[in-house]
Unconditional design. Structure first.
Length: 175
């Protein structure tokens, strides 16, 4: 369960399970039936029926990075360059960093303050970073969505212990 900023809105990514009524073989997101939403939350919160569920969607995610972000006059930024699973909340953040990286370089070249070869650093800098963020997201996903009861228990005990330290708790909640 992920708190969105300092508000009382929470995001709760949960796996639907193979063959369940909410699993989606198609790429098109489908709605998750109301009883099934509460069933999926059982074990995560004391009383799922007490929750006001604002939205529940079934969607798939991908782990992909383009071979290169720059080819001649074509520059890939954001989801066109990389697709990540949601676990680390890094896909849009990575896209914003892409845009920040390439736009000042383009402006510098266009105004004659930098040589055009500076643009090639966009690919080397951003490709490596996006690949690292994808690795982080995949690793976090394996930890958060473990289907092994023992591994999940160990993770929960460890995280509960770690979050007793206010600094660690703040770091985890604020990302
Ligand atoms: C459920 C969910 C939760 C997420 N949570 C997070 C999170 O917590 N943190 C995070 O960092 N990221 C998150 N993301 C990822 C984030 O939403 C995307 O990484 C981000 O929106 C990508 O932005 P973008 O501008 O690169 O691409 P898009 O948002 O896909 O924008 C591309 C735009 O181009 C338009 N377009 C497409 N083809 C054409 C065309 N031929 N001509 C003109 N226009 C066209 C599309 O209509 C669209 O408006 C989440 C995604 C999902 C689905």
């Amino acid at each position: 369960m992920i708190r969105n900023g300092r508000t009382s809105a929470w995001t709760c990514p949960t796996t639907t399970g193979a063959g369940s009524s909410c699993s989606s073989p198609a790429r098109t997101p489908r709605r998750c039936s109301s009883p099934r939403r509460y069933e999926l939350l059982t074990g995560h919160v004391p009383d799922p029926t007490a929750l006001n569920i604002v939205r529940a969607r079934v969607y798939t995610h991908h782990s992909r990075v383009a071979a290169r972000f720059l080819d001649g006059r074509i520059c890939l930024v954001g989801d066109a360059a990389h697709l990540m699973p949601p676990w680390a909340g890094q896909d849009m953040n990575t896209g914003i960093r892409d845009a920040t990286n390439v736009t000042w370089k383009l402006a510098a070249v266009a105004t004659g303050r930098a040589h055009p070869r500076i643009l090639s650093t966009y690919d080397t800098e951003r490709h490596a970073h996006a690949t690292a963020m994808l690795g982080l997201s995949d690793t976090l996903g394996r930890v958060l969505s473990s289907t092994s009861a023992g591994a999940a228990r160990t993770r929960d005990v460890l995280l509960r212990a770690l979050t007793r330290a206010p600094q660690v708790r703040d770091w985890l909640l604020e990302g």
